[in-house]
Design a protein around this ligand. Structure first.
Ligand SMILES: NC(=O)c1ccc[n+]([C@@H]2O[C@H](COP(=O)([O-])OP(=O)(O)OC[C@H]3O[C@@H](n4cnc5c(N)ncnc54)[C@H](OP(=O)(O)O)[C@@H]3O)[C@@H](O)[C@H]2O)c1
Length: 327
């Protein structure tokens, strides 16, 4: 089979395609023939060992994908060959086949979804769901401010926020990409490269501010979010695409009675008995069937152009997801 391989750290030009044996299937495993896999920001960080999870070299990148089960192990009763699935892996999705535990990160692909859509669901949906439902307990009619809203985890939060009945204000750095975010559900979009979002959010909320802030960007965006937040607001720290960790003024956190909530969707899902692990099996497949958080795919590449799929993410061109299609 073909696999995208990273055998030295660097920019996306280090990626190459190699032939690898199709993985052998153990008794409790399934083998998935991958239809498509999507690129996430952590994939970019893993190429330079800048992510918290540092796979040993050489490794095949890719945290999520969709495909068709081709083989099931002797003890597997819940899946059959031919089942179309969405899967998560740590990492290894950018290959023709992936072996996974049958009771692991697998869910059924909704029948009306393409492989590309399925490939872009899992990371964004689990992150948005864990953030808004478990961590922030977002309520209908609350004001949700989503930063980096054209990105994978940002757009999923816009879509889920609308589904949960919130008023969604979305920020991003490009008008054209924000127009898509608006079309996909945001009530208002703000270009934070041009406009200061603080007075706009304040103006829209009669001076009160946002009830929940969802921030995958960090840096100045998070610093300013403290000012755009309402008294008693919840600030979700999701990521740092702007560069690195951010200092927040603790006096402002105190004075505004803010709750600063760290989000670790993947780690929480791996913890046995966590609410996210339960909801991953039941609630996320239900939402997917309803079409909630159906991914928007702005870029598609064949496997031999995997590096370009990384580049469009780095260059901030993606709306929703960029995917690599295997067939
Ligand atoms: N906490 C968790 O459980 C969890 C789970 C998954 C991902 N994450 C984190 O969430 C963040 C977003 O991941 P993603 O896969 O959604 O990424 P993505 O699709 O690339 O979206 C990130 C967004 O960040 C914005 N951005 C601002 N400054 C940027 C910069 N200097 N370089 C690149 N993008 C910049 C971009 O929007 P504009 O161009 O419009 O500004 C872009 O749309 C990452 O930090 C990732 O590690 C966290």
């Amino acid at each position: 089979m073909r696999a995208v391989v990273c055998d030295r750290l660097g920019d996306p030009s280090v990626l190459k395609i190699e032939q690898r044996p199709v993985p052998a299937v153990g008794p409790s495993d399934v083998l998935v023939e991958v239809g498509a896999a999507s690129v996430n920001f952590p994939d970019v960080l893993m190429l330079t060992a800048s992510y918290q999870h540092k796979p040993e070299l050489p490794f095949t990148p890719g945290m999520e994908g969709a495909g068709t089960i081709s083989t099931v192990g002797a003890e597997v009763t819940n899946w059959r060959p031919g089942d179309r699935v969405i899967f998560g892996v740590r990492p290894g999705a950018f290959a023709d086949y992936v072996r996974l535990p049958a009771d692991g990160n697998l869910m059924r692909l909704p029948s009306s979804w393409s492989m590309a859509e399925g490939a872009g669901f899992r990371v964004g949906a689990t992150t948005a769901y864990h953030s808004l439902v478990h961590r922030a307990a977002l309520k209908p009619r609350e004001v949700l401010l989503v930063h980096g809203a054209a990105g994978g985890v940002g757009l999923a939060a816009v879509q889920l926020g609308k589904h949960l009945g919130a008023q969604v204000i979305a920020t991003g750095g490009d008008d054209e990409r924000l127009a898509v975010v608006r079309r996909l559900g945001a009530d208002l979009v703000i270009n934070y490269r041009r406009d200061d979002f603080v007075p706009i959010v304040k103006g829209l909320t009669d001076g009160r501010g946002a009830d929940v802030v969802y921030d995958p960007v960090g840096g100045e965006v998070l610093e300013k979010s403290v000012r755009a937040a309402a008294y008693g607001a919840r600030l979700l720290v999701v990521g740092f695409t702007s560069g690195g960790p951010t200092r927040i003024m603790s006096n402002r956190v105190l004075i505004k009675g803010l709750s600063v909530l760290g989000v670790r969707a993947g780690e929480t899902a791996r913890r046995q008995g966590s609410a996210l692990a339960r909801d991953y099996a039941v609630e996320l497949p239900r939402l997917a069937e309803l079409g909630v958080m159906r991914p928007h795919i702005s870029h598609r590449f064949p496997m031999d152009r995997a590096a370009d799929a990384f580049r469009v993410l780095i260059e901030r061109k993606v709306v929703g997801k960029a995917v690599i299609e295997m067939t």
